[in-house]
Design a protein around this ligand. Structure first.
Ligand SMILES: Nc1ncnc2c1ncn2[C@@H]1O[C@H](COP(=O)(O)OP(=O)(O)O)[C@@H](O)[C@H]1O
Ligand SMILES: O=C(OP(=O)(O)O)[C@H](O)COP(=O)(O)O
Length: 397
């Protein structure tokens, strides 16, 4: 941690500070449903503004293929301004004259939010021209997006090489908290990995199984592993072209002595909506028209029993589509069981990820776990021991 420049080292008065934050927040009907990522960046924004800089927020939202209204950061402005307690000026592009003009009109201490950096292909490609275009509107760069630090993108990595670069307060706090809780985890260690981002998280399980003693798999990730075992998962979220990778991970787990827990039963429905007709089935009995939308009661019982045998839990990704009742049941039950064991002093439990934090809040346990990180994929890569590009780029030369 001491290897970074922090806001203590930055000369901010009268400067234009490009601040990379993670505003990839859960939304429903155009409204932010969980403000944890917004709340966590407030100290950094307030400190930079109070020290007299113009705060220029850079962030991504979703995985757009180009500009589209559904992924505009404009919809996050009301929640951000409300949390901050001051107006936020939205700029409809993240590079070019629009930004320069808005900055010329802004006063020191003002906060600007620029449009989704991923509306330009150059962000994810870390294109040097795009990095320069972003840098043209800033005097210095602050990275407070630990949860996007596993991405070597222009806004998360490239900028640190062309502008004086500093870690924001949340970036510092996340790294310190994860190191304190998990640098030397008490064993056995159990990981729960679920959720929907199967293709981007599947690969890292190959290393994770070498670090943990038990891996419980849920969500769309579990469906992919079930398919790899030749089980019909009907219309479930499943990456059928990744079944070979799932099989390799099972082999690596076996070689490393890591036990893999997959659901043995599931809640299934034919429609992806709240409270549809649904039923509990054994895995292997999912009909062709049905989707697995949550782990079933026997699977949950197995995970909860396992919690009594481990000393550390790391968790990214819900067991089911928890936004749609009753498919929050497995996630909420396991979250409450973990929180009770933390309270009893028998478990260190760290959960992270944009939707996972939202799920922990939904379960009412976010304050009862040992630590809740804003990061999901970045947290898992940190667990693997992988250098995170966004963090490495901040290290002092
Ligand atoms: N079986 C499932 N089918 C469809 N979606 C699922 C299923 N299980 C979990 N999900 C979805 O996964 C999403 C969260 O996944 P992900 O983005 O990987 O987690 P995080 O943001 O915490 O890293 C949630 O929106 C949830 O609805
Ligand atoms: O939401 C995020 O990660 P997470 O789902 O792993 O918590 C980050 O904003 C990274 O987003 P990305 O996985 O589209 O690069």
């Amino acid at each position: 941690m001491t290897a970074f420049k922090t806001l203590d080292d930055a000369d901010l008065a009268g400067r234009r500070a490009l601040v990379r934050v993670d505003l990839n927040v859960p939304m429903e009907d155009g409204k932010v449903t969980d403000t944890t990522r917004i709340d966590r960046i407030l100290p950094t924004i307030r400190e930079i503004a109070a020290k007299g800089a113009k705060v220029v927020l850079l962030a991504h939202f979703g995985r757009p293929k180009g500009p589209d209204a559904k992924n505009s950061l404009k919809q996050v402005v009301p929640a951000l301004a409300h949390a901050l307690g001051q107006p936020v000026t939205f700029v409809q592009d993240c590079i070019g004259d629009d930004v320069a003009k808005a900055l010329a009109a802004a006063k020191n201490g003002d906060v600007l939010l620029l449009e989704n950096t991923r509306f330009h292909a150059g962000d994810e490609k870390n294109d040097p021209d795009f990095v320069r275009a972003l840098a043209a509107n800033g005097d210095l760069y602050v990275n407070d997006a630990f949860s996007a630090a596993h991405r070597a993108h222009a806004s998360t990595e490239g900028l640190a090489h062309v502008l004086p670069a500093y870690a924001g307060r949340t970036m510092q706090a996340e790294l310190e908290a994860l190191s304190a809780g998990l640098d030397n985890p008490a064993r056995p260690v159990m990981a729960i990995v679920g959720g929907a981002k199967v293709s981007t998280k599947l690969d890292l399980l190959g290393n994770l199984v070498k670090k943990v003693d038990v891996l419980a798999i849920g969500g769309g990730m579990a469906n992919t592993f079930l398919a790899a075992r030749g089980i019909d998962v009907g219309k479930s979220l499943c990456e059928h072209d990744l079944v070979a990778t799932a099989r390799e991970i099972e082999d690596k787990a076996k070689a490393a002595g890591c036990e893999i827990l997959l659901p043995v039963d599931a809640l299934v429905a034919r429609e992806f909506k709240a409270n549809p007709g649904h039923r509990v089935v054994k895995i292997g009995e999912v009909a062709a028209e049905e989707m697995i939308l949550d782990a079933g009661p026997m699977s949950v019982a197995e995970v909860v029993l396992k919690l009594d045998t481990v000393k550390t839990l790391v968790w990214n990704g819900p067991f089911g589509a928890f936004e749609l009742p009753p498919f929050d049941t497995a996630t909420v039950t396991v979250a409450k069981a973990a929180a009770a064991r933390v309270k009893a002093g028998q478990l260190v439990a760290v959960a992270g990820g944009g939707d996972t934090v939202s799920a922990m809040n939904h379960a009412g346990v976010a304050d009862d776990l040992t630590y809740v990180s804003t990061a999901g994929g970045a947290f898992l890569e940190w667990m693997e021991g992988k250098p995170l590009p966004g963090v490495e780029a901040l290290r002092k030369g």
